[in-house]
Design a binder for this molecule. Structure first.
Ligand code: DX5
Ligand code: ZN
Length: 219
């Protein structure tokens, strides 16, 4: 059984108050920090480049969980690894859901000395990626359409979490199961029941008391 980890998404951090919010994060029970990279092409939004990740690397010892929502993760993964990523997760759709392409990109990321994983948009089924499960440190299930914080939790995505949970036992693997999008004081319970061990939470953490909210998710 993996330890429960909270990965606050800094997409929702209040950038007019970065120093104070980072201090609270560093003092909180969060062990990871979720860093959303959006290229304005794979998703209709633009977020952060590698220099911003470097700044977070300087300001925290938290494990940097990088979620690449970009059309060309093969190009960008090494750039974000160099900037300080500890985990790189990319979208299967960016690789045309092609098993060989995904597999070789996972190998490339691994070879650069960081953890790796893949993620699927809500409309992409998960079952066809079974053969890749032995290669990954984590699978991320999107419980909203990627691109924006503050959207509503898509409960039907928990079927994918349950499938991943059962496969992990069946195949005797130990990848993490992370969920991203719409996690709050109600939905996190459903995610945990379905088998998640890693919770991304953006607006819920940063629009409330950071430390207390994170502790609440661990309860
Ligand atoms: C959405 C991002 C999420 C986002 C989650 O595309 O991948 O990480 O920050 O935000 P909330 O928790 O507000 O749904
Ligand atoms: Zn994310």
């Amino acid at each position: 059984m993996n330890e429960l980890i909270i990965s606050p998404s800094v997409l929702s951090l209040d950038y007019t108050n970065t120093k104070e919010q980072m201090k609270e994060l560093n003092e909180s029970k969060a062990k990871w920090l979720h860093f959303d990279v959006m290229d304005g092409h794979f998703v209709p939004n633009i977020s952060f480049g590698p220099d911003i990740l470097k700044a977070f690397k300087k300001g925290t010892d938290l494990f940097l969980d990088v979620h690449l929502m970009v059309s060309d993760p093969k190009f960008y993964a090494p750039i974000f690894i160099k900037a300080g990523a500890d985990m790189i997760v990319f979208h299967t759709e960016s690789q045309d859901n092609d098993l060989e392409k995904i597999s070789s990109l996972l190998d490339e990321i691994k070879a650069q000395g960081v953890q790796c994983g893949f993620t699927v948009k809500p409309g992409t089924p998960i079952e066809s990626f079974e053969s890749l499960l032995s290669k990954v440190d984590m699978v991320l299930i999107m419980s909203v359409e990627p691109g924006f914080g503050g959207q509503s939790f898509m409960e039907d995505q928990l079927e994918k979490v349950k499938w991943l949970y059962n496969k992990r036992t069946e195949l005797n693997l130990n990848y993490r199961i992370e969920i991203d999008g719409g996690i709050n004081g109600d939905t996190y319970k459903k995610a945990l029941e379905a088998g998640c061990d890693t919770l991304v939470a953006g607006s819920y953490v940063f629009k409330n008391d950071i430390k207390e909210t994170i502790e609440g998710l661990l309860r």
